[in-house]
Design a protein. Structure first.
Length: 318
């Protein structure tokens, strides 16, 4: 993205939450819902992992590829974000990210083979990689400085909430309708949210970049935010990595921190549900063997196999 100069007005420095207008809350709710849906879609494959592995007979190594496909797509989407938003604008890219994620999730629910499922999962990941950073940046630019940190934290916090919601809904939906319904829900939600995204105001940064200074000033005044003053040359942020040693050190420190945190989050959201299911199955088998019973893994009901919780009935000895 272009770099916006640090010269800013002091608009919104002393504003209180109760002084926010309805448009502030509309943007906050819309951005938070979009990030919540993003979290739901990211975690969807983890809750369906058992059913996916059973459908295509996957071992843990092959399942790892399935679980990582969306993360790979997210990396591509995040890397392309700056160039795409510079060219098309933040609001249009929000709409595109919702559409791409939604359509890919819907198609993944009906994928006839594993290869196509992985490709669609990666494609949905590109949309997720675009959507997450976009909603945070877009929401923050319309929030007055005094409450920007709080509002941005709410938007960012919606992402893990989406994963929690995904786990709760999986326990209800998968037993009754199968793991595919999680992907259907994850596809319909972002498409429905396109209607809300289209009602959002255009980005102030985009208006300024396009030379529409009067419109940008009017929006900045309405939302009581600082108005961006001037734009740097494209790629100026990247050039700082080669010209400023202190900037380069801070950049790579933050980047490494985010990389490690994202890796831990990916492991927990992707593998933990499957690990719990596997451990439950192993424990049931151990108990069954100790009693002299023969029990197949498929007899153990888990959330991704049609069970509302973890359940297995071992016949009583007579």
């Amino acid at each position: 993205m272009h770099v916006i100069d640090a010269g800013i007005r002091s608009a919104g420095d002393g504003i209180k939450l109760r002084e926010l207008i309805g448009a502030h809350w509309l943007i906050l709710v819309t951005a938070s819902l979009l990030n919540l849906i993003d979290g739901f879609d990211i975690a969807a494959v983890a809750f369906a992992a058992g059913g996916i592995a059973e459908k295509w007979g996957l071992n843990p190594a092959a399942l790892g590829i399935v679980l990582a496909a969306a993360q790979f797509g997210s990396m591509i989407g995040a890397l392309a974000l700056g160039t795409l938003t510079d060219r098309f604008g933040r609001r249009p890219m929000l709409v595109f990210a919702c559409l791409l994620t939604g359509v890919a999730m819907l198609l993944a629910a009906f994928a006839p083979d594993l290869g196509l499922f992985i490709a669609l999962r990666a494609l949905s990941g590109i949309g997720m990689g675009l959507l997450g950073p976009l909603v945070v940046a877009y929401g923050a630019e319309f929030m007055p400085r005094a409450v920007r940190g709080t509002m941005s934290a709410i938007i960012v916090g919606a992402l893990p909430v989406g994963s929690v919601v995904g786990g709760i809904f999986s326990a209800w939906l998968i037993p009754a309708y199968g793991w595919q319904l999680i992907f259907l829900a994850g596809g319909i939600a972002p498409i429905v949210m396109i209607a809300a995204a289209l009602r959002l105001p255009p980005s102030i940064v985009d208006l300024k970049r396009q030379g529409q200074d009067a419109e940008a000033s009017a929006l900045a005044a309405r939302f009581q935010v600082e108005e961006p003053v001037g734009t740097g040359a494209a790629g100026s942020a990247t050039s700082l990595l080669f010209r400023d040693r202190a900037y380069r050190r801070r950049f790579f420190t933050v980047a490494l921190t985010i990389f490690l945190a994202a890796g831990v989050a990916h492991f927990l959201t992707s593998w933990l549900p499957r690990i719990v299911e596997t451990k439950v199955e192993e424990e049931v088998q151990r108990i069954a063997r100790g009693r002299g019973d023969r029990l197949d893994f498929r007899d153990v009901e888990t959330p991704s196999r049609g069970g509302r919780l973890f359940r297995c009935e071992i016949p009583q000895k007579t």
